[in-house]
Design a protein around this ligand. Structure first.
Ligand code: GRG
Length: 319
């Protein structure tokens, strides 16, 4: 897969190039700062999942992954403006370096490039990518509407992460399957895999926000609570009537409150029940692609879920 990720990287840099030198620099900032490229890897794996050997990955599967990664990047630009984030991928956020206006415009530029590439892959992919961007916005709005809401329900949380995170993972796999002209039942199976994996991914991301250190995260830990975003472990603690956390939450936190809230949550058992929920989603993801049989791509998709859980469990055990 390594040589295919190099193809993704080259195409991403190409897509970030604009006539204007300054826009090229701003649009390429987070791309050059790193990122795991999980979504393009999933798109390419979905295009060959079930095959006995890793054959050549088609240009369409590479470009499908590039379009999805560009939507992901664009959403990070906008997300950092909304959160007033200073650091992303261990470097200055785009808004911190150049200000909100340029960050918004460069994010728009990335979304436009994603749409251009998707259009080249056919109307089904173009329509799917557009609908996915809408779902990202819906998920994010749902989260904003629940900001500082100590009565946030688990159902609302799950609906929000379904839109803001799982939808793009689902589409990454679906696009890979569509451009490979796979059978409809296989397209559905791979979409379900991406969706369930994406749910697990966000639950884990939310657990890590309180469990991992600032260094491990590349940003301040416990930031979600500062922003009023109450995620699965916190929602469950509040629903349980945990009397330590309730009085701290419900409004913005100062530095001492951030550290106190983070300490209370990371030592609570709801970290473990949340991880159990992530595990259920990973099991659902694996079950969805079991009918495709084995092969290296299916094995890699399954290993992504196992690795996600193992890394998190190691960090949680160290608390
Ligand atoms: C403009 C498309 C668009 C959306 C606007 C801002 C917004 C609505 C949605 C935010 C969506 C968002 C930032 C979701 C979080 C997704 C997430 C889990 C990001 C971290 O993904 P990783 O770990 O990051 O794959 P890297 O850096 O490895 O790429």
């Amino acid at each position: 897969m390594a040589e295919n990720l190099v193809r993704v990287e080259q195409a991403l840099h190409e897509a970030c190039r604009a006539d204007d030198e300054f826009l090229t620099e701003v649009a390429g900032h987070l791309l050059s700062a790193g990122g795991k490229r999980v979504r393009p890897a999933f798109c390419m794996a979905a295009s060959i999942a079930g095959e006995r050997e890793v054959g050549p990955i088609s240009r369409e599967a590479v470009m499908g992954g590039v379009s999805v990664e560009l939507v992901h990047l664009g959403s990070l630009y906008h997300d950092d403006v909304m959160d007033d984030a200073e650091v992303r991928r261990t470097v200055d956020s785009v808004n911190a370096r150049w200000g909100n206006l340029k960050a918004i415009l460069a994010g728009d530029f990335l979304l436009a490039r994603a749409s251009e590439i998707a259009a080249d892959l056919g109307t089904e992919v173009a329509g799917l990518l557009a609908a996915t961007i809408a779902r990202l916005c819906e998920g994010q709005v749902r989260e904003l509407q629940d900001a500082y809401n100590v009565d946030r329900t688990e159902q609302n949380y799950l609906k929000s992460i379904d839109g803001k995170t799982a939808a793009l993972f689902a589409s990454a796999c679906r696009i890979g399957a569509i451009v490979a002209d796979r059978e409809r039942d296989e397209i559905e199976a791979l979409t379900e895999f991406g969706h369930a994996y994406g749910m697990a991914f966000q639950v884990v991301d939310d657990v890590l926000d309180v469990v991992a250190t600032d260094e491990q995260l590349g940003k301040p830990a416990g930031h979600d609570m500062v922003e009023g975003v109450y995620t699965l472990p916190v929602i469950r603690m509040l629903a349980d009537g945990h009397d330590g956390i309730g009085p701290i939450l419900g409004s913005p936190l100062d530095e001492d409150q951030r550290l106190a809230a983070r300490q209370i949550v990371r030592e609570n058992d709801q970290i473990h029940t949340s991880l159990a929920t992530a595990r259920e989603y990973v099991e659902r993801a694996d079950a969805a692609i079991a009918p495709l049989g084995g092969g290296p791509a299916v094995d890699a998709l399954v290993a992504a879920g196992t690795g996600l859980l193992e890394r998190t469990e190691t960090l949680v055990a160290a608390v």
